[in-house]
Design a protein around this ligand. Structure first.
Ligand code: SF4
Length: 432
């Protein structure tokens, strides 16, 4: 039997493939995890296509099974591949965020739908498939500790990607921000510390990124993991929430263990917008001092903002580049608020009749797919483009890098690279 694994990509995001955007693109961890879950010897051939840098070929090999991972914006591509391979006699499976949010819709386009994390559902499906009794739906919300697997990264292409490996540790976030699709997919399932350490040792790397949506959320787990990382002498970055800036002990340990940067979803400068998004931390007035404290501990901060909350006004959104300067952020990213299926925000927009389109390829955070309240959809899109442009002027890039705690160091060089990558990502997103 022959197996094909695909990471589907949104055709609209082809623009993300420009040379400089590659500075901030990471290899697919999902494909590596799924590959590692396939029992040895079950297939005589396994091919892997990451559509970010590779093309799906329907006719080169006759596959028995095609498994496709996809989010909402790439689901039309997943449907297209599934249809094409089914016509050629393959059995097709779709999993990922969209399959988790709308399994019934996805089931119309493939033979089996896998919702939630892969670690338990994929082996269960493969067992049934081998026995000739695959089910229509598989769903797991938890991952038992013994089911964690070391991703088969060596099987995945790194072409057009930043060659820094990604690792998962606690895997989840217990917060329920209204627009966020993470909690639907991941529970807070911390892996045993030793298994994370063993995986990192096996990578033989000096640089690492943790992909967990909220690395520090379980403080005692994060502390135990960071203590165990100190002897590894690696440099790493992770995602965090703003209140990390209140925890000196955790910040010291983070620096000692090699952390040099955190990505924080600041989302808005307006407490009213943070409240409407049900952010757990809503005190935007504290952002500047929290970021200053994170800097004092030697960590750079990438602040992410979302445009389009009901309380957002055009005047306020236009001030975002200045606000980024005021906060002394080292890097920043902007996204248009997007009602992803499965989130409370999506349900609210549906209820209020404010969804403008269900053309899923537009659900990539660069298009306005719902009707905002205080600003027209067209103006929101224009302001979004303007904000990217102004925040990533060369003047602002150099100011950010020279103000950063990482300046004149190896991480400072990465910071410069990341700022340039984001400048081009912004340019690409304006085209997209
Ligand atoms: S804190 Fe971040 S990861 Fe957690 S629910 Fe909110 S936006 Fe999602």
């Amino acid at each position: 039997m022959k197996l094909l694994l695909i990471q589907a990509w949104n055709a609209h995001e082809a623009t993300l493939r420009s040379k400089f955007s590659n500075l901030i693109s990471y290899s697919s961890l999902t494909l590596a995890v799924i590959y590692s879950l396939v029992p040895e010897g079950m297939f005589e051939r396994i091919d892997i296509v990451d559509e970010y840098s590779q093309t799906v070929n329907y006719d080169r090999v006759k596959y028995d099974l095609v498994m496709i991972s996809s989010d909402t914006s790439s689901i039309p591509a997943a449907y297209k591949h599934s249809r094409a391979f089914r016509r050629r006699g393959a059995y097709t499976v779709i999993g990922g965020y969209h399959a988790t949010a709308l399994p019934e819709e996805v089931a119309k386009h493939c033979n089996t739908v896998i919702s939630g994390p892969a670690e338990m559902a994929v082996p269960a499906f493969l067992r049934d498939f081998a026995a000739g009794t695959p089910k229509r739906f598989y769903q797991n919300t938890d991952v038992h500790p013994e089911c964690f697997t070391v991703p088969a990264r060596e099987q995945i292409t790194q072409h057009k990607k930043l060659r820094i490996p990604a690792v998962l540790a606690n895997r989840g976030c217990p917060n329920h921000c209204k627009y966020c699709s993470m909690p639907m997919m991941w529970r807070n399932d911390p892996r045993p510390v030793q298994s994370v350490i063993d995986e990192i040792r096996g990578l033989h790397t000096r640089l690492l990124i943790f992909f967990d949506p909220n690395f520090f959320v379980n403080r005692s787990y994060a502390a135990a993991l960071m203590k165990a990382m100190i002897p590894l002498h690696i440099l790493w970055v992770a995602l965090a929430t703003a209140d990390l800036g209140n925890d000196d002990a955790l910040l010291s340990l983070a620096y000692k263990s090699g952390c040099r940067g955190v990505l924080i979803g600041l989302e808005s400068m307006s407490p009213a917008s943070l409240k409407s998004a049900a952010k757990r931390f809503q005190d935007a007035d504290q952002y500047r001092s929290l970021i200053a404290n994170i800097h004092r501990h030697g960590l750079a901060v990438n602040g992410c903002f979302v445009l389009g909350f009901d309380t957002d006004t055009e005047a306020q959104l236009r001030r975002l580049p200045e606000y980024v300067d005021y906060l002394d952020l080292d890097l920043c990213r902007f996204a248009i608020l997007t009602p992803y299926p499965g989130t409370a925000f999506y349900r609210e927009m549906e209820r209020e009749g404010r969804i403008r389109t269900k053309q899923w390829e537009l659900y990539n955070q660069h298009h306005v797919v719902f009707a905002p309240k205080n600003i027209s959809a067209e103006r929101l899109h224009i302001v979004y483009r303007q904000v990217w442009k102004e925040a990533y002027s060369w003047k602002r890039i150099f100011r950010r890098v020279l103000h950063s705690p990482a300046r004149f160091t190896l991480p400072g060089l990465f910071l410069l690279g990341a700022n340039i990558g984001f400048r081009y990502l912004g340019i690409d997103e304006k085209r997209g």
